[in-house]
Design a protein around this ligand. Sequence first.
Ligand code: KIV
Length: 310
Amino acid sequence: MSVHVQDNPENRAEQHAVKRIKQSVASFKRKKEKGEKIVTLTCYDYSTARILDDAGMDLLLVGDSLAMTVLGHPNTLSVTMDEMLHHVKAVSRGAHYAMVVADMPFMSYQADHMEAIRNAGRFIQEGGAQAVKLEGASDRMVDVVRHLVEIGIPVMGHLGFTPQSVNTLGGFKVQGKTLEAAKKLIGDALRLQEAGVFALVLEMVPVEVASLITRRLRIPTIGIGAGNVCDGQILVVDDLLGRYSDLSPRFVRRYMSSSTLIKEAVNAYAADIESGNFPNNDTEAFTFPDELMPELAAQFEKIFQQFDRK
Ligand code: KIV
């Protein structure tokens, strides 16, 4: 497995100090207008959110991919609204600057518009997210987007390979590869923009199609497996860090192998325990006052004898 590391690992947030304001729908619109790339990642927990926020990420998506990376399911279909909410709350507590987007899980928005509104509302009201994401552009989905935007909930769209339709799409496959499919994608993107989405994820779409869509839309596109032509990029954080290996799509670039680093650290910990080297009683433990030790030993002795008599 190859690991890609930058030559200059300086903190991105320091390089772009001017960016340290809470990111919003308006800031993403400005970035698109200025041609500035939008840098985003998925995130599922508080401590990672702190690190990613500190590193200057523009947006953190609490993706339903957590079903796979955090919960060990084979696809995203099994994660529930309550499980997602649990993680959205944690990420929101750690993200002071990045916009937090909550991914609407399968069956939280498809069955009924009112249920979709209530569930999206929970992510904002209880979860502390600033926006939600949902997949697809069927008439029903476009209508759900309209309802959410109408009540003030920003929505991110998601087209191309939409993981919640994995069973219909017949697996993890590139979308928009035929003339017909590409035309449909472009039409869907325009319909979603019209319905009010503030940004659009394009997943596993040919570069040329992603480029046409990106140039035509007023809203930013965020690519994953759609080439470098989109207005921004997203990756699953566990893929970037090299700690999830059940799937290895072509579009993932690993910037470190944290599974190797974690195993090295855990092996060193085990070796230290086995050799008695951890913990150090002087620096990593708590001591009892020396002058009270004789009395403590005597008291212990008495207690032991009482137990022995029973
Ligand atoms: O759930 C997720 O992680 C996603 C991204 C891949 C866009 O939807």
